[in-house]
Write a protein that binds this ligand. Sequence first.
Ligand SMILES: [Zn+2]
Ligand SMILES: [Zn+2]
Length: 420
Amino acid sequence: MKAVLDHVGIAVKDFPAALAFYRDALGLEIEAPEEVASQHVRAHFVAVGGPKLELLEATAPESAIAKSIDRRGPGLHHITLRVDDIRLALAQLKARGVRLVDDQPRPGAEGALVAFIHPSAAAGVLVELKQVALSSRLSAISRYTVGDLELISVCDGFFRLDGGSMFGIVPRPLWEKKAPADDRNRITLAMRPLVVRGRRTMLIDAGLGGKDDEKFREIYGVERSRSLDDTLAEAGVSREDIDVVVATHLHFDHAGGFTVRDQSGRLRPAFPRAQYVVRRGEWEDATHPHARNRASYIADNYLPLMDAGVLLFVDDDQTIMPGVRVERTGGHTRHHQMVAIESNGKTAAFVADMMPTTAHVPDAWIMGSDLYPVDTLTAKQRFAVDAVARETLVFFEHDPNVAAGYIRDDSGKRTVQPVS
Ligand SMILES: [Zn+2]
Ligand SMILES: [Zn+2]
């Protein structure tokens, strides 16, 4: 079992005094409190770079925190370790005869599952195990209307990439506040293709698909308990309904779902009636990879499209169907493109890996894996100014929590207002 320190809980008796020390004297940032009504506890998380402190206030005399303070006084109360699979962790501990407070996980804050281990088994420390929520709350579809077009954000599950490679020059203590890393330094990312329904039905990107093997799924922490097929079905869209597929670029987490292996083992297009729109320069790069980009391209995802004669290459920015235009951003790959949507004066944008998550909205937050990061910067700055001015609905393809939102400019500081 691999466990990572998530936070340290402190039982607080005199909250104003605790604030005077942690907030005022140390200058730490206290997050908005979270009320856990069932436990009669109010929790205030304190960011200290990496694992957090949790200041715990009792809200009723029967609270476990109040009882603990009565017995042992205020102070260190518990430590919380994050595990990938809490049920498996509990089973392994039980098999070793470790005394547990909870043999079954129970719901914690923000959809997490938690369970306590008895202090007598842990050198006198109360230990909480925690499994953070993944697919349960995040793989839902969401629908939006932009002018005459209907946009449906769908999901092909989650995977994990190295946190450093996702944030480039941004130091870990900063990015880790937005995207907690697992014990292998990986952060969780969603794959959210977008359905656009207008005169035709379009799918932008298609996630990872299901052709990978066990080793690949282990390396990338793939979690596809709900796949693109499941979420398309929920959206009322079948594979046969798709008229056109647009590739922002051909990396495996965007193009994996473009092809499927049929029962005879042959690879064929996953969307039988669709034309696939691909930037010609991206195709050239994907079919002639080099040491720096080879790991991101898997030929089985796109070469079968050529054999099937369903590719439509584009060389320039252009309208693919009324209201939907591809625009080259470069940066992430030389010919990476975004999709700009406009109908009846309303605008939306599918920006793909130019801003893969809401954390990537500020200028300097650029992926370390981008081939031309300064081009990403230029494209992103230009886009953000325009998106703020025009109230563009922006889709964040890899954000595990936010499918879409509006970029706001708060006196020079860019933030995202999520829309669900
Ligand atoms: Zn990419
Ligand atoms: Zn990507």
